[in-house]
Design a protein around this ligand. Structure first.
Ligand code: SAM
Length: 232
């Protein structure tokens, strides 16, 4: 999978060189390219923002650098279908595990990282004429920029790609894969500071362990995220 990220803070994406994502890049499973939006700003100060029409607080990202940056992305692979563009914004569709699975099936994703009060709305309209565009929210709070959202989304998507996680089975039994949260997990020692691992996990009885885990998943979901359970 190819992933392009356009941002005014390329260094913010440095964590994508680490850990499993970094390894996936080394192995050629993932081709991540980070671009500085300011390369497409041509005045002396490489300005990418201006005051909002209609007044109000803050600045808005100007459309011209974004138009050039998106054109450059498409031109970089003239024989390929254009990328699916993801625009992080608190007013987008909530990012979920289901969306991560959907995105993991795409050959090419591009991300447009907003800053300030966001990107001039015409950019999304222009992009939509050339490529599929999804506005995506990391949920109901406001960040300073789209970069943190990109880090989260890329990590959630990349770990679903074949070969990125060593043990593919560990992807199956996870929170949000089938609507329930995961069961509690324990490791050695069996007793630690007076706190013991539940007996059933030491029993070696696979059926009993599976039943206990399923009961824990339901109880945990009901307590922490009742909104995930189907209505009675
Ligand atoms: N004025 C915008 C609004 O109220 O919807 C918020 C702008 S925010 C300060 C700047 C940038 O941070 C946004 O353009 C977006 O890229 C990113 N951002 C902030 N919160 C986000 C969230 N919950 N999910 C995804 N991206 C977010």
């Amino acid at each position: 999978m190819r992933i392009d990220v356009v941002t005014i803070f390329p260094d913010y994406l440095a964590p994508l060189e680490l850990s499993l994502i970094g390894k996936a890049r080394e192995q050629g499973l993932l081709d991540v390219r980070v671009h500085d939006l300011r390369e497409h700003a041509h005045d002396r100060h490489r300005t990418v923002d201006d005051s909002p029409y209609g007044g109000g607080a803050g600045m808005v990202m100007r459309p011209e650098p974004w138009g050039e940056a998106l054109d450059a992305l498409v031109a970089s692979a003239p024989d390929a279908a254009p990328p699916r563009l993801l625009v992080p914004t608190p007013s987008g569709m909530p990012f979920t595990q289901a969306m991560a699975r959907d995105l993991a099936a795409e050959p090419w994703l591009a991300f447009a990282c907003g800053r300030y009060e966001g990107i001039d709305e015409r950019v999304m309209g222009y992009a939509a004429q050339r490529m599929p565009v999804t506005l995506v929210s990391l949920r109901d709070y406001v960040l300073n920029g789209g970069e943190v959202a990109v880090l989260a989304i890329v990590e959630a998507v990349a770990r679903l790609l074949p070969g990125v996680i060593g043990n593919a089975e560990s992807l199956v039994e996870e929170s949000h894969e089938d609507g329930l949260l995961e069961y509690p997990v324990y490791t050695k020692p069996a007793s630690w500071r007076g706190l013991d691992v539940p007996d059933v996990l030491l029993s070696g009885h696979h059926g009993a362990i599976a039943a206990w885990r399923q009961a824990q998943r339901v109880e945990r979901t009901a307590t922490r995220r009742p909104d995930l359970l189907p209505p009675d």
